[in-house]
Design a protein around this ligand. Structure first.
Ligand SMILES: C[S@@+](CC[C@H](N)C(=O)[O-])C[C@H]1O[C@@H](n2cnc3c(N)ncnc32)[C@H](O)[C@@H]1O
Length: 375
């Protein structure tokens, strides 16, 4: 039984502490960028959202595709095995996951991939994870499948060698900068402390002398327009691309976001499976932003890599045989499980659920064949 009074007091303390830290940083340095706010709210070593709790599942704040059904990770395992074959079956392959949550995707993926014995023998797992709480969960999940991964805080610290990289709902959790167009030009959008209301609020920050962060085709956007970019996400894609170019391999990025670069405020918070005020309780709600796939694709393509997609998640999973896998599970399922399998199937592929909002993009070594994409 959860002691609700204790929980309320603890959560209140965390919020008060993180809010106080943010307030002090603003008092000392002026309005804070959105990226800095996200960094503190999600990754503050003591009070950051991901650093202190398991946020997944019905009792948590949100659910991700691997937590919905084992089928998701299994199909990605098969995808990885085919990519490995396409790479010529290297003796050692580093299977790297960025932001692995509870470790469920990696456990399902390697269980399915284990059907191909040579691939099973070649797999070395690296998990890039900053949260100590989630690292513990990942350890438990993977030990149950007899795998012992290595952990890294940063992708840059991953060992050299051929690699396959998986990232599901990782890039949407990375800090973004926002820029706002006003009648005086483009400004940084920032967060300030409102002394009267005693709350955090959005403000127009410094004016950009150099408008290069804004793509030239968007600079004439109307007043009030907001443009977003994630320098951290862009840096990670640059590092991924360098690694793949040097050692060979592929990266599979699955996230919600837009295919075309554009104007819009996509910053959002979620708590208890419902939208929540981004500024209300730093550290107590998940904060994300849509991934700009075109920005990431431009970087990888510009470095000479082969970029496939993005395609809608529903089409990607259908092409990998999600329906056939569901039918197979149903054959050996108890009656009450059949509806559950059908519901998970629908959640993963249907347009009004995760099927079209979520996209899949692959960055691969030039010339590397990967399993086909959409129908
Ligand atoms: C939304 S969760 C996705 C979890 C998992 N991939 C899934 O699909 O269930 C984001 C994950 O990224 C991790 N994370 C967030 N920021 C990170 C960073 N800067 N470096 C490494 N991991 C990070 C979180 O701790 C968490 O494991």
């Amino acid at each position: 039984m959860v002691d609700l009074l204790w929980l309320e007091k603890t959560l209140g303390k965390i919020m008060a502490n993180l809010q106080a830290i943010i307030k002090e940083e603003i008092a000392n340095g002026g309005p804070m960028t959105i990226a800095r706010y996200m960094e503190l709210a999600l990754s503050h070593p003591e009070f950051g959202y991901y650093m202190k709790q398991d946020p997944f599942g019905e009792d948590g704040d949100f659910t991700t595709a691997p937590e919905i059904s084992q089928m998701f990770g299994e199909l990605i395992g098969i995808w990885s095995a085919v990519v490995w074959q396409g790479m010529g079956g290297p003796e050692n392959i580093n299977l790297v996951e960025l932001g692995p949550g509870r470790g469920t995707l990696m456990a399902d993926c390697t269980r399915a991939a284990g059907a191909l014995e040579e691939f099973d023998d070649a797999i070395r797992i690296t998990l890039v994870e900053t949260s100590p709480v989630l690292r513990d969960m990942q350890k438990k999940t993977l030990l149950a499948t007899m795998r012992m991964p290595a952990w890294r805080d940063n992708f840059d610290d991953v060992n050299d060698g051929p690699l396959i990289i998986l990232a599901n709902e990782f890039f949407d959790a990375l800090p973004i900068d926002q820029y706002e167009k006003s009648n005086t030009g483009w400004h940084v959008r920032a967060i300030d402390w409102d002394e009267d209301e005693e709350i955090l609020k959005y403000v127009l920050g410094e004016k950009l002398d150099d408008e290069s962060p804004i793509p030239s085709d968007l600079r004439n956007a109307p007043m009030g327009a907001i443009f977003e970019r994630s320098p951290i996400g862009e840096k990670i894609v640059r590092s991924i691309s360098e690694r793949i170019l040097k050692f060979g391999g592929a990266a599979l990025i699955i996230d919600y976001g837009h295919i075309e670069r554009g104007i819009g405020d996509t910053l959002q918070a979620v708590k208890n499976h419902a939208y929540f005020d981004v500024l209300a309780e730093p550290g107590n709600a998940d904060i994300t932003a849509h991934v700009d796939f075109s920005a990431l694709a431009d970087i990888a393509e510009g470095m000479g890599l082969n970029v496939m997609g993005p395609v809608p998640q529903g089409a990607f999973l259908a092409r990998l045989g999600l329906r056939q896998r569901a039918d197979r599970l149903i054959l050996s399922a108890a009656e009450e499980q059949v509806a559950e399998i059908e519901a998970s199937y629908a959640r993963l592929v249907e347009a009004e659920q995760m099927g079209t909002l979520f996209k899949v993009m692959c960055i691969a070594s030039p010339g590397l064949g990967v399993p086909p994409w959409a129908e």
